[in-house]
Design a protein around this ligand. Structure first.
Ligand code: NAD
Ligand code: IPM
Ligand code: MN
Length: 363
């Protein structure tokens, strides 16, 4: 049976980069014979402009009916001052993650050797880098209640959010991390702030408990401030990093830079059944939107993750990753990963190059 993908381009560079990823889907269907179909939906600012909601009901229904979702990015300065914060584009993204129970966010920071020069760290520090950041995505301070902005008796306003995790939420993300580590270098580093925050003291205890079921995997703990430092000091010490929603958001952007650019980092957001949403880790990049200069590779690599995790098509996923590597071998670079002696190309041309490289890998 044909698999159905919902494509949500979103805002800013979202439509430009998803267009290139869809071209890769076309090759998967037409050249590699994968039974695939897709349709587009509205989310974020695009959803708000069309329907008044950043997550229109129809989009949620489409997402529920789909086998997997491919998303570009949401948000932009034109919506940053909306008086009703529930209408902000970012709420659409948070809403779909929560509604579909996509609690397990995988963010692989892998350095393509060809990009060692584009990394902000010295090649010897980053060469061979391959870290899997496992970010809890539907809990923590992003979703805790109560939250809001209230007025105090003295007339001053106070903003507040609640950082909460229940044992079951910690346990299930812990299992995702340990299962992944088992297939990798068998090391999990759990990142917390257990020297200060009770919620992460519990996090640490539950991780210890989960670790008992995985005697073959080594568990270590690190405070988040140290982890931020270690990621730039000696990033190769990490294999799988597991952490909560907000720390994971921050550390994954940091890790992205080790791979050359935020434009290189894909992601998968999975529920218990590996129904997933796939998106680049970066945002809508309003500063470069509409200029055909955004790097589409994170979105294209998200297609590879989609095939691997939701459709069990690991071989084809690997071919897409190979095609990306081949294009880098050809010396083609978007502006964000440009280095001396390389050829600068735009978003479309990068997409075309990957499409051609992928077709060349057909049997
Ligand atoms: P951003 O990731 O959009 O951009 C940060 C910087 O990285 C910018 O200079 C941008 O030009 C650059 N960049 C990002 N993606 C790139 C790519 N593919 N190629 C080349 N350069 C790229 O983060 P921001 O500026 O903090 O946020 C902009 C908007 O995006 C905000 O509205 C924010 O809420 C939203 N956002 C959305 C997502 C998402 O949809 N998953 C993620 C992060 C931020
Ligand atoms: C991400 C983004 C989102 C997050 C925002 C846009 C809600 O930064 O996907 O990393 O914080 O999760
Ligand atoms: Mn982020």
């Amino acid at each position: 049976m044909s698999k159905k993908i919902l494509v949500l381009p979103g805002d800013g560079i979202g439509p430009e980069i998803t267009a290139q990823a869809v071209r890769v889907l076309e090759v998967c269907r037409d050249t590699f014979g994968l039974a695939l179909s897709w349709e587009e939906g509205l989310i974020g600012g695009a959803g708000y402009e069309a329907t008044g909601e950043p997550l229109p009901e129809q989009t949620l229904a489409q997402a529920q009916a789909a086998d997997a979702i491919l998303l570009g990015a949401v948000g932009g300065p034109q919506w940053d001052k909306l008086p009703d914060i529930s209408k902000r584009p970012e709420r659409g993204l948070l809403g779909i993650r929560k509604q579909l129970n996509l609690f397990g966010n995988l963010r692989p920071a892998i350095l393509y050797p060809q990009l060692a020069e584009a990394s902000s760290l010295k090649p010897e520090i980053v060469s061979g880098l391959d870290i899997m950041i496992v970010r809890e995505l539907t809990g923590g301070i992003y979703f805790g209640q109560p939250r809001g902005i209230r007025e105090l008796e003295n007339g001053e306003k106070q903003g507040f959010n609640t950082y909460v995790y229940s044992e079951s939420e910690i346990r299930r993300i812990g299992r995702v991390a340990f299962e992944l580590a088992r297939k990798r270098n068998k090391k999990v580093c759990s990142v917390d702030k257990a020297n200060v925050l009770e919620v992460t003291m519990l996090w640490r205890d539950v991780m210890e408990e989960v670790a008992k079921d995985y005697p073959d995997v080594e568990l270590s703990h690190m405070y988040v401030d140290n982890a931020a430092m270690q990621l730039v000091r000696a990033p190769k010490q990490f294999d799988v990093v597991v952490t909560g929603n907000m720390f994971g958001d921050i550390l994954s952007d940091e890790a992205a830079m080790l791979t050359g650019s935020i434009g290189m980092l894909p992601s998968a957001s999975l529920d218990e059944q590996a129904k997933g949403m796939y998106e680049p880790c970066h945002g809508s990049a309003p500063d470069i939107a509409g200029q055909n200069i955004a790097n589409p590779l994170a979105t294209i690599l998200s297609v590879a993750m989609l095939l691997r995790y939701s459709f069990n098509e690991g071989e084809l996923a690997q071919k897409i990753e190979q095609a990306v590597s081949d294009v880098l071998d050809q010396g083609l670079r978007t502006a964000d990963i440009l280095s001396a002696g390389m050829t600068q190309v735009g978003t479309d041309a990068m997409g075309t190059a990957v499409v051609n490289a992928l077709k060349a890998l057909a049997p």
